[in-house]
Ligand binder design. Structure first.
Ligand code: ATP
Length: 341
């Protein structure tokens, strides 16, 4: 019997509703299989800041450190003080964001199956900004060969592990940022030589954002820098029908954190209307990561059941409001649990 310690960060806005949904599905696996989870709830975000004076209290960091993986709900205004800190603290260098067509969801194409592999530790996104004077700000855009190589390797390994098109496209703007993105592109090109079975190409970020709308089904694995990846992965989520279906993983050498692509969505918080698929598909990514790390085929099968259940429900047009249905968060969650076992 395999047992896993999971830290569950409930977050802000729709975070608590989504985390209740994820907990329900993990508990369903607990009750119906030999895989067991011990779930510890962790406080972080705006609510934690108001209560403890810190968006990421030391006790929460300790609980995350003591777990084998973290499942995180979205965080509100204090997101940068939570997720960026955790990414750096646990060296979660790869931000992996799949975007896939699912049945009966209004999308630009029904044949999309791509994944954005975004460098997670460098670039403008880490927020190294300085005032020269009150009216002038300088932002540092760091690019290293080490981080570029690490993310390129991750992207090519991802392409090898997918039974789809076996393509990697590096997205950058090396015609303008000749040094920083030049280094990123040259490193991706060098890593590509080790993977002759993968078709490698490059696109400037403006062309990539256009092609994502024009021919989204052509993409397989996109490897890119931090800020471009943030933007392109939101675009890719929209291409396949919206943020409510978008999962993400932050992967390091020995630890990983899983979270929806979207933010706290305060406009729909507390209404029981949010689409929990984003966090349920993030949970599936967590189960796949644990399966790989612990050589546990059983937990990988449980993860597949989560996605298969969602696909079956969507196939029968059973869905939440954001994608044209009328089910509440809780109703959709109950149906996923029932479909799984
Ligand atoms: P952030 O800047 O933190 O990413 P944001 O202001 O861009 O946040 P999000 O919270 O990511 O906004 O979401 C944008 C909109 O998409 C929300 O206002 C909400 O209406 C919708 N949305 C996001 N996630 C979901 C979901 N899981 N279910 C339904 N609708 C969602």
């Amino acid at each position: 019997m395999a047992r896993y310690d999971i830290s569950l960060m409930t977050g802000d806005g729709i975070g608590p509703e989504l985390c209740a949904s994820a907990r329900k599905i993990l508990e369903a696996i607990n009750d119906n299989s030999s895989t067991k989870f011990s779930i510890t709830e962790v406080e972080a975000g705006d609510a934690a800041l108001a209560k403890h004076g810190k968006a990421l209290p030391a006790a929460s960091i300790e609980m995350i450190r003591n777990s084998q993986a973290c499942l995180k709900g979205p965080v509100g205004e204090s997101a940068a003080d939570v997720i960026i800190v955790l990414r750096r603290m646990f060296d979660l260098y790869a931000n992996v964001r799949p975007a896939k067509s699912y049945p009966n969801i209004k999308a630009l194409s029904d044949k999309v199956d791509l994944v954005t592999v975004r460098e997670n530790t460098e670039d403008l996104y880490v927020g190294l900004e300085f005032n020269i004077d009150p009216n002038t700000v300088v932002g540092l855009r760091l690019t290293t060969e080490r981080a570029s190589r690490r993310i390129a390797e991750y992207a090519f390994k991802t392409a090898m592990s997918r039974d789809s098109k076996r393509k990697v496209v590096a997205v950058h703007k090396a015609n303008v940022m000749r040094k920083g993105d030049g280094l990123f592109a040259a490193t991706c090109r060098d890593v590509a030589k080790k993977y002759p079975k993968i078709h490698y190409s490059e696109l400037y970020v403006d062309a990539a954002s256009m092609n994502l709308i024009r021919n989204p089904e052509d993409f397989d694995v996109i490897v890119t820098t931090n800020l471009f990846g943030d933007i392109l992965s939101d675009e890719a989520a929209q291409v396949v029908g919206g943020l409510g279906m978008g999962p993400a993983a932050n992967i390091g050498e020995s630890f990983a954190l899983f979270e929806p692509v979207h933010g706290a969505a305060f406009d729909i918080a507390g209404k029981n209307t949010a689409n929990p698929s984003s966090i349920l598909l993030s949970s599936k990514m967590m189960l796949d990561w644990l399966a790989d790390k612990h050589k546990d085929d059983q937990i990988s099968r449980e993860g597949q059941k989560v996605e298969d259940a969602i696909i079956r429900l969507l196939g029968r047009n059973q869905k939440t409001k954001d994608i044209g249905g009328s089910l509440t968060t809780a109703e959709f969650t109950d149906l996923v649990a029932r479909e799984m076992f």
